[in-house]
Each structure stands twice: as C-alpha cells, then as structure tokens.
Design a protein around this ligand. Structure first.
Ligand code: NAP
Length: 520
C-alpha cells in the first residue's frame, strides 16, 4: 500500500472568525443531540439493560449529555466470549486490510472533527482548543498505527548468518482478546489510541469506557460501525470499574489489558492480572499508563518570562487535569521571587467559566468527586505553604465544577501537595538552593512521567537530559502537548509501564513474535 509519510494534523485556528463560527455551529448541533440513549454493543448486537450511566455536563451540572446502558457481569462474559470467537477470523485479516479500517475511521473522524470535539466540550468540559487537540491526536493515532502495522507485518530477518540448509524467519502475530480501559481526560485520543493499536495488530477487544466520558466512546463506536468494521472486533461495554472492572481483568480469556488511568487502579489491575484464573493458559500482559507529579525546573539562567508562561500553560490547561500537567514549579533561589511574581501575574489573567465559551482557558473540573478532592488538597496546601492566588471555588462562573487556578508558594519538597497527584488547577512552588538541588527535588516523587527545565546553561541542560528521571523530558518548553510520532509518550516508576504511545515501539506491546526455521 502506497501511503504518504505520516504527518500530524494541524490544529484549528480559533482566531479565525470562519473557524469559530463553524465550531459554534457544531456546538449547536451537538447541543441538539444531548440526552440521547446509547446501548451496549456486543458482536454488533445493541443491548439495552435499562440501567443507566447518566453523563452530565461539568460546566452545567443539570444538563444531561447522554444516558448509557450499564453492563453487568453476564454481559461482560458475553463480550469477552464474543471477542474470543471473532479473534479466530480477525487475526486472519491481512495487516493491509486491518490498516485500511483505521485509515477509513481516521478519514471519517477528520470529516466530523468539530462534532467530536464539541462532544468533549460538553461531556468533560474541554476548552475549544483542548478539545480540538484531542480529536486531532485521535486522528493521528489511527494514521500512525495504520502505517506502523504495515511495517510490523513484514517478516524480520532472524539471524544475520542463517544456518546452512535452513531458512529462518520471524514474524509478529496478535495476542488475542484485549480489555481496553481508558481514562476520561483524553476521552477520545487515548481511548482511540489504545483501541485501534490493539485491533490493527489483529487482536479483538472489549472496550470499557470511563464512567465520566461514556458518550464520546459510544460516538466513536458508532463511527467504527459506520465504516463497516466487522462486528465483534470492538465490543462496547460501558459499566463502572468497581462493578465489572475486576471481572474483565480476571477473565481467563482476557489475554492482555491496556489501561490508562490512576496509579491506584493501575496497580490493582497489575496485581489481579498476575494471578492465574482457572482455565487460563497464558500469562496476561498489562500495559498500564498511570499518574504523574510533573515538575518544571527554572534555573538562574532561564528566560523567566518564557518559563512563567510555560508553567502557567502546563499547570492550568484543561484545569490541570492532564497526566502531564505541571503541578510543581521548582525554582532556583536567586530567581525565585521574580519567577513567582510572573507566574502569579499570568495566572490572575486566566478566565474561568463554561467550556462552551470560546474565551475560556480554564473550564470546570470533571465532576463532584474530582471537585471535592481538589478542594481538599487546596485546604491542605494552605497549611503547607503560602496561598498566593486562587484557593476557592469560582462562584461567578455558573452552576459547574469551577475552581480558581491556584498557586501555593514556599512549599516544602516533601509536603503532600508536592508529592501526591492532585489532578486539578493547583500549582505548588518550591524553592531550591541551586540547580543540582532543583534536580534532586524534581526526582523526589514516586512518579516519573513528564518534566521540563528552563535554562540557558548547556551544562545544566545536559545534566537534566541525563539525570531527570522522567519518560518525557522537555527542555525550554512546556511539559504538556505530546504529539504522536514526535514525542512518544509514557512514564517511569509509578507513572506506568513506559509504553511510549504514539511511538514506533508501541505496537509491539500488542504482538508476539513467532520464529520459523525450515530445513531443506
Ligand atoms: P481512574 O479512576 O484510574 O480510571 C481509569 C479507568 O479505570 C476508568 O475507565 C475506570 O472506570 C477504570 N476502573 C476503575 N476501577 C477499575 C477496576 N477495579 N478495574 C478495572 N478498571 C477500573 O483514572 P481517571 O480518573 O479516569 O483518569 C485520571 C488518571 O489517569 C490520572 O491519574 C492521570 O494521571 C492518569 N492518566 C495517565 C496518562 C498516561 O499516559 N500516563 C494519560 C492520561 C491520564 P470507571 O470510570 O467506571 O471507574
């Protein structure tokens, strides 16, 4: 198949009036579709249980985005058995055929790009630009993994010097049934990335969406249906993690689990998957991408204006609800006061409000549980440091889960708000004696996902390149915004299994290698 080289989608330019007005029309269209019902889909059959997961708009709590039928264990078993049966046919499709489904899905998503972005504005409170970037990333994943699947489908030469009279080859085959468990914070991109990586390599899946964003997942499953993906390749199983999560992870026919979410749930999945269930004939593979406590270090030589902008964008974009969000700024003593002043100045300019408003940078947090947990951390932070801006619910923004972007300075490196993932618009600012001390602090959590260093000192940048122990390190730029094939993404330590999503090693995680030696 002769495909042009992979290229990232470009982002919508919302400073252009025509682009804005087209997006507004899509918002109006999606608004007219709110409140609909979505079924469970197993082997192409649409199933209604009458028990609903009700998804609401975090910018406007009383607005129902959709009602999604909830699965139980019996349906979970049916989904896995169906995926197992479908695997026997799907694994025989050529890589080219499977890649074509991804290309078709990418083309369709590109056509409906604004519509999908608007679903995210309503369901999880993404700002227009954040939602657009999420949809763009989902398209990128499919375009990239389609090409990667073709690359992996070629046989690999096994040995440079084969045995005489023997022909040796090695090729990749799929694993089997995968359980896909995505988070809500990249409700399209991560869900699409994990699902399509698994199917393009010949596996079949049971997709259990996050309970915070089941409608976006349902819309994507509808899209897969519209491009005629064979029934049973992707089985849609909405249901709460606590009710069906353990069951699908422990099921003997589950061959692998692709998870992205919190440290707590990731570790539980890892533990349960390690136990062999009766009738299970393989060791389950777990791909688990988890939380972060990401740090931006500011060195004495840094451009402080640049550093402050990078910190504020990384800390408060999507209200800090990114695994890559900057939740700690570690600043070297001699530039601490000035940098803090610049951070506070920029933070105060951020407008908080409903994500449907295009002028909003900081929308709501995703729901009541997140809101309460973040507010608790802010109270802890007020005792652990000096509150310099924010610190409260944003009362003026309306009936949503709005929290002011909050900066807490003079925080000790081992304080709770400097160690635990808050996953909200809260930045801890920590003073370091010098650059080495700053790096030491940057490495002092159990996580290791993203990090950034602002410095003009070559020696210090090289030190960071070597010693800053994170899966995604950025130098002189913000620590969010990883692009497919540009910044393969995944973290160290308790941030997960370092899968490097969107990178050239990723599809290997969904494959196993077979070696064949034929003697003549
Ligand atoms: P979460 O609470 O861990 O949930 C993630 C997924 O796990 C959801 O689909 C959830 O379903 C499911 N789940 C819950 N309990 C389960 C169980 N016992 N068995 C199986 N599945 C279960 O995380 P989240 O709040 O959605 O996402 C935020 C977290 O994800 C943060 O920690 C963030 O750092 C991390 N994250 C990491 C990356 C990365 O690449 N490293 C990227 C994005 C996000 P329910 O919703 O039904 O409970």
């Amino acid at each position: 198949m002769n495909l042009p080289p992979f290229r990232n989608e470009t982002y919508r330019d919302f400073s252009n009036e025509a682009v804005m007005s087209k997006f507004q029309k899509s918002l109006d269209y999606v608004s007219s579709c709110l409140g609909r019902h979505y079924p469970i889909i197993i082997g192409g059959e649409k199933i209604e249980t009458g028990e609903f997961l009700i998804s609401t708009n975090p910018s406007n709590k009383s607005e129902v985005v959709g009602r999604v039928h909830l699965a139980n264990k019996e349906l979970a078993d049916r989904a896995i058995q169906t995926a197992a049966r479908t695997f026997e046919q799907w694994k025989r499709f050529s890589a080219k055929d499977r890649a074509r489904y991804l290309l078709a899905a990418a083309a369709e998503l590109r056509r409906r790009r604004d519509e999908f972005s608007c679903w995210m504005v309503y369901e999880v409170g993404k700002s227009w630009a954040e939602a657009d970037a999420d949809t763009a990333e989902a398209i990128d994943f499919m375009e990239f993994y389609a090409r990667e699947a073709l690359r992996y489908s070629k046989t690999q030469p096994l040995t440079p010097s084969p045995l005489p009279n023997e022909v040796n080859e090695m090729f990749y085959i799929p694993l089997g049934v995968g359980v896909i468990i995505p988070p809500w914070n990249f409700p399209l991109a991560i869900m699409v990335g994990m699902t399509t990586a698994a199917i393009v390599t010949g596996n079949t899946v049971v997709l259990k969406p996050s309970s915070e964003s089941p409608v976006i997942a349902a819309k994507f499953v509808e899209l897969l249906e519209s491009i005629s993906l064979p029934p049973g390749v992707v089985n849609f199983l909405p249901g709460s993690g606590s009710r069906i999560g353990d069951y699908i992870v422990e099921h003997p026919k589950t061959r692998f689990i692709a998870f992205t979410g919190s440290r707590e749930v990731g570790l539980r999945i890892n533990e349960l998957a390690a136990k062999t269930s009766p009738g299970q004939i393989w060791i389950k593979r777990v791909i688990a991408e988890m939380g972060g406590k990401d740090t931006i270090v500011v060195d004495s030589s840094a451009d402080l204006e640049d550093a402050a902008t990078g910190i504020v964008v990384s800390a408060f974009g999507f209200s800090g609800q990114k695994c890559s969000a900057c939740s700690r700024a570690v600043i070297v003593e001699d530039v601490y006061d000035k940098t803090l002043e610049l951070i506070v100045e920029r933070t105060k300019q951020l407008k908080v409000g409903p994500a449907t408003d295009p002028t909003i940078f900081t929308g709501p947090v995703v729901g009541a549980k997140a809101f309460n947990s973040i507010m608790e951390y802010i109270e802890i932070g007020k005792k652990e440091g000096t509150l310099v801006t924010g610190g409260s619910k944003e009362e003026s923004a309306g009936d949503g889960f709005f929290i002011q972007p909050t900066v807490i300075a003079d925080v000790a490196p081992n304080a709770r708000i400097a160690q635990e993932e808050i996953f909200g618009p809260v930045l801890a600012v920590i003073k370091a004696d010098n650059f080495d001390h700053a790096l030491e602090i940057a490495n002092n959590t159990e996580y290791g996902l993203t990090g950034s260093v602002y410095s003009k000192c070559r020696e210090n940048l090289e030190k960071a390149r070597r010693d800053f122990h994170v899966g995604n390190l950025y130098l002189n730029r913000k620590c969010t915004g990883a692009l497919v094939d540009v910044h393969p993404f995944g973290g160290f330590n308790m941030s997960g299994t370092d899968s490097k999503a969107g990178g050239r090693d990723y599809l290997l995680l969904f494959l196993q290698a077979k070696t064949v030696a034929e003697k003549f």
